[in-house]
Design a protein around this ligand. Structure first.
Ligand code: CA
Length: 745
């Protein structure tokens, strides 16, 4: 039998064995549960794995056979040595799938894990990969590499877990691919909750952090180091050369909550929010590339606490402001409790380049509580070029505690900063032509960030930026009974169902967990339905409807029908709904008939309505108000209505609720433009009820026979603009009654 020499296929097995040993008669042809020779054991059952782990000696390699390992509760507990680690590797990287209720725990010393894929399920534990067996038994000097966790989200959004929990000391998490976490809790967290996990010296490097969709409350961080409770403890974690691709879960891409960490050489691409130095002192942020690609709410670094250093970073095409500015220096709370905002003291911000950034916010968060301005700090030798050549600085308090010197600006900064800047509108490009060159000792120089392809694993595809509705199959349908429900029962992601003119009568619910488009081939088909809903979105369900009439006349004579509803049972991902050129009518068979009604625990990324008509609706057409616990959670990030008409609606036409004072989200957003509202509500029912929205607009609308929009401000700095509206035949800009709850104690 072929015996791989440890020096060739042993110690380097993790990364090279499948190359070095491919083509060899490595394990023979018989498929037993255990094959063993010279320190290499291949296992194909969990029991065999447990026996191999129990017997493992330094230098041994445990190989998981290719295939699907369902509900595999793997505990890799062993003691290797620095010279002879114990390895757990996939037979073929990418061909060992841990699915269902699987998880992996490492415990002991000098362990290496490689080549696994977690998908099609979620962890039954609090972590998918844990660097500990239990609270007392941790991993040290161990490594997880070349491993994938893809969409392994708990279907209950509010159910918290971590995909990776780093405990112990001197562990490495490198060249892994983590993408698509949809439930609560950071994707990866470094825990400091016992002494053995502090001053840990972990290294998190060359990983691909794929898209983290909008979570819709706090708890959507991609990476967290520490917690407020241990924030005055040193973590000494290095986070380097990772690619953060559209990591947009909440206002913190990274929440740094411990001291002595280094974030260097990472790329943040089109990611909403910032690398937030939320708690802890003495962290260094250098040589990173923050490339917003012009995407909404993209930011850079938010600075809080003492002795933070931000140097030689490149900030590019960032559109965010306030908590999501390219650079945000917060005001602190005097004698702050450990979980609030410690004063910025001794910050050094030097040799950075800000290139086409919307906002640099200084003294951000200044209010009756956050009155401690930055002190003993420096902002020097930076290049600052704002978006469209404008000055990006805003000062919200006294910034004399920051010494500004030797900076170059593209436009005149505010008076209070002027002495620290030379104004050179024509700062030059460097040799590459797409970056600004360091000039006269100011600005960033050298390499920044890391290329996407240099991170993660080569054998697993990185997600595209395609729309969920991009077509895969086109299926033509003809009128009849249950035509839609029968066809969509086998729907695949990206399907387009094309309806010939005529009547479509549906007697069944359509439960949809993939994105599909249903559109008219020509003259509008007429869709009717017998159940309280026609569509129920679960999982990753998304729906685009185009060019049809929908009548509620056949719906049951009971209250609370909704044409499109959601269910948190079976999971709620980030739903998307598009209604274009749709006519909705006769939704008045009983009271409370909605068009869209979101269940508690479900979430829409967006609801886009354009060119559509709504007539005779007894309830609230867009009912997005089921998260009433005041935890800062809500049902929809964006509701956008344009060029549409509403008539004879019980109303309000939309009800959106986001309660609580948490500051972790950018939404909800509600934008209504160019639409007509006639006879909405009665008995004082407002045109819309918008509670706790963060951004919105009501522009160019025509209203007849309706009561003003009810706006309640609960937290943050909400912006709701109203212009160009006509109400009962008269020009009127503001059509809202606003209640501000923000200063209550
Ligand atoms: Ca957070």
């Amino acid at each position: 039998m072929y015996k791989p020499a440890v020096s060739v296929c042993g110690a380097v097995l993790v990364s090279l064995a499948m190359v070095a040993c491919q083509g060899q008669p490595f394990w023979g042809t018989e498929r037993a549960s255990v094959e063993e020779w010279a320190g290499v054991v291949k296992v194909s059952t969990p029991d065999a794995f447990d026996r191999a782990v129990a017997a493992a000696q330094p230098g041994d390699q445990i190989i998981l056979a290719d295939g699907v390992w369902r509900d595999f509760d793997a505990l890799f507990e062993a003691e290797g040595t620095a010279d002879a680690p114990i390895t757990l590797a996939a037979e073929t990287p990418g061909a060992v799938i841990l699915s269902g209720q699987s998880s992996l725990r490492l415990s002991g010393r000098h362990l290496v894990v490689s080549g696994l894929v977690f998908k099609d399920g979620y962890t039954p534990r609090s972590e998918v990969i844990s660097f500990r067996k239990d609270a007392e038994t941790l991993a040290f000097h161990s490594r997880v590499t070349n491993t994938v966790i893809d969409g392994y989200s708990n279907p209950t959004r509010a159910q918290r877990d971590l995909w990776v929990g780093l405990y112990g000391r001197n562990n490495v998490f490198d060249n892994n691919h983590l993408s698509g976490k949809q439930n609560a809790g950071p994707t990866l967290a470094v825990r400091l909750n016992t002494v053995e996990s502090q001053e840990n010296g972990h290294r998190i490097a060359n990983n691909y952090f794929g898209p983290r969709p909008i979570f819709g409350s706090n708890g959507g961080e991609t990476l967290r180091v520490g917690t407020s409770h241990f924030s005055l403890t040193q973590s000494n974690t290095i986070v380097e050369n990772n690619f953060f691709d559209r990591c947009s879960g909440e206002v913190e891409i990274i929440s740094n909550k411990a001291g002595g960490n280094i974030f260097r050489g990472n790329t943040f691409y089109a990611s909403r929010g910032t690398l937030t130095l939320r708690h802890g002192n003495g962290t260094i942020v250098e040589n990173n590339l923050f490339d917003g690609a012009g995407a909404p709410y993209t930011g850079g670094v938010r600075v809080i606490n003492a002795q933070q250093t931000i140097r030689n970073n490149y900030f590019k095409d960032l559109t965010g402001n306030r908590f999501s500015g390219a650079l945000v220096v917060m005001n602190g709370v005097p004698n702050s409790p450990i979980n609030r905002y410690h004063q910025v003291d001794g910050a050094v911000i030097e040799n950075n380049t800000f290139d086409n950034v919307a906002a640099i916010e200084l003294g951000e968060g200044s209010d009756a509580e956050r009155t401690a301005v930055p002190i003993n700090s420096a902002f020097r030798q930076n290049i600052v070029v704002g978006k469209e050549g404008k000055d990006p600085f805003s000062l919200y308090d006294d910034m004399r505690g920051i010494g500004f010197a030797d900076n170059i600006a593209g436009a005149m900064p505010p008076d209070a900063l002027r002495a620290g800047f030379q104004v050179r509108p024509g700062v030059a490009q460097d040799a590459s032509g797409d970056r600004l060159a360091a000039t006269n000792g100011a600005g960033a120089a050298g390499e920044f960030g890391v290329a996407r392809d240099a991170t993660g694993v080569s054998w697993y595809p990185k997600p595209s930026e395609a729309s969920p509705f991009d077509q895969s199959r086109e299926i033509a349908l003809s009128p009849g009974t249950d035509v839609l429900s029968d066809a969509l029962s086998t729907a695949q992601a990206g399907d387009h169902y094309v309806l010939a003119p005529g009547a479509y009568h549906e007697s069944k619910l359509i439960t949809l967990d993939v994105p599909v488009t249903v559109r008219a081939a020509g003259d509008a088909p007429v869709v009717s339905f017998e159940r309280p809903s026609l569509f129920v979105l679960t999982g990753n369900g998304a729906l685009a409807l185009d060019g049809m009439h929908v009548t509620g006349a056949a719906a049951p004579d009971g209250s609370g029908n909704a044409f499109i509803s959601t269910s948190a049972v079976g999971g709620s991902g980030n739903h998307v709904l598009s209604l274009n050129n749709v006519r909705i009518e006769a939704f008045d068979v009983n009271r409370g008939f909605s068009v869209v009604s979101a269940a508690k625990g479900s979430f829409f990324d967006r609801i886009d309505v354009s060119g559509s008509a709504f007539e005779d609706i007894s309830g609230i057409p867009f009912k997005l108000d089921q998260e009433t616990d005041d935890y800062g959670i809500y049902n929809s990030e964006f509701l956008s209505i344009s060029d549409s008409t509403f008539a004879q609606v019980g109303g309000p036409i939309a009800s959106v609720y986001r309660g609580g004072r948490d500051e972790s989200t950018f939404g909800p957003h509600v934008d209504v433009t160019g639409s007509t509202f006639t006879n909405i509500g009665g008995d004082g029912t407002p045109l819309m009820v918008l509670h706790g929205i963060q951004k919105g607009s009501f522009t160019g609308n025509t209203v007849t026979g309706a009561n003003p929009i009810a706006v309640t401000l609960t937290t943050g700095l909400p912006v709701f603009t109203m212009t160009g509206n006509t109400v009962d035949g008269a020009r009127r800009e503001i059509f809202a009654d606003t209640t501000d709850l923000r200063n209550r104690k």
